[in-house]
Design a protein around this ligand. Structure first.
Ligand code: G3H
Length: 257
């Protein structure tokens, strides 16, 4: 029975990658929406994926925030640093998350877990554009921006649009606009409708969608039936080298549509 299930999952991984137009999918049994521990299995696969994807030697790894990313960080181990010199940086500043799940915190946690290094982007998440722009010319901030620009890999999650907008306290006008435009998914601070059309972008520095094509390693991590539509919407923009670590909850829902 277990073997049948594994063979089933392997076939589903191939089908899902083909459906989403990306390089590879890894699917763990279960559904994150109902079983919190499924995230730990996804975390183990993230480590496995990074073992395969990150070349030996020096790697700059840009990471996004969110609850998935924060939990995944705790599943990484020092093994990843065997023959690798890892520097983690936040992929994008200022999407408006609380401290524990900001990209800076995830990047620090990943460095701690893997015994790697990390650099902090000292630009508070909740700043207005007016206060934010002049900070970008600060040399210490420029250094981190350069590292982000030169990153070899990016790890990120995908969120449900309205849930993300509300969690990040986006203003009512923007929330109404997202509803009007039927936004379903969010990644990297971009909001997408079901067809993948970008309906809004949080105007902040760091990795932009168009930068993804040149990244050697793009790893997306998102599970749960509730994220199925968001995953499909974002994947219309994902570069072909993308790997996705997900669960059966999301995979079954995407493939049966
Ligand atoms: O950009 C995507 C979101 O950060 C995902 O957040 O992992 O808390 O659902 P989440």
């Amino acid at each position: 029975k277990i073997v049948d299930n594994l063979v089933g999952i392997q076939q589903q991984e191939v089908d899902l990658a083909k459906f989403l137009g990306i390089s590879h999918c890894m699917i763990v049994p279960g559904n994150t929406d109902h079983q919190a521990k499924v995230i730990d299995s996804m975390g183990k696969l993230v480590e496995k994926a990074l073992e395969i994807l990150l070349p030996l030697g020096h790697n700059i790894v840009a990471v996004m925030g969110g609850t998935t990313m924060a939990k995944i960080a705790h599943c990484l181990t020092p093994k990843l640093s065997d023959n690798r010199d890892l520097i983690f940086v936040p992929a994008r500043g200022g999407v408006g998350e609380t401290v524990a799940i900001q990209a800076n915190s995830v990047s620090a946690a990943m460095a701690r877990r893997t015994r790697g290094k990390h650099r902090v982007l000292y630009v508070p998440e909740q700043l207005s554009m007016h206060a934010y722009t002049p900070l970008l010319s600060e040399p210490s901030i420029q250094q981190v921006i350069q590292l982000i620009r030169n990153s070899d890999a990016v790890i990120h999650s995908i969120g449900q649009a309205m849930k993300m907008a509300e969690r990040r306290d986006m203003n009512n006008e923007i929330i109404a606009m997202l509803k009007r435009n039927h936004a379903v998914g969010e990644a990297f601070g971009y909001f997408f409708d079901e067809s993948g059309k970008i309906v809004y972008k949080i105007p902040r520095i760091g990795v932009q969608l168009e930068d993804l094509a040149k990244m050697k390693c793009v790893l997306a991590v998102a599970g749960g039936t509730s994220k199925a539509k968001a995953i499909v919407a974002y994947m219309k923009h994902a570069p072909s080298q993308t790997w996705l670590v997900t669960d059966e909850g999301a995979a079954n829902s995407i493939l049966k549509e």
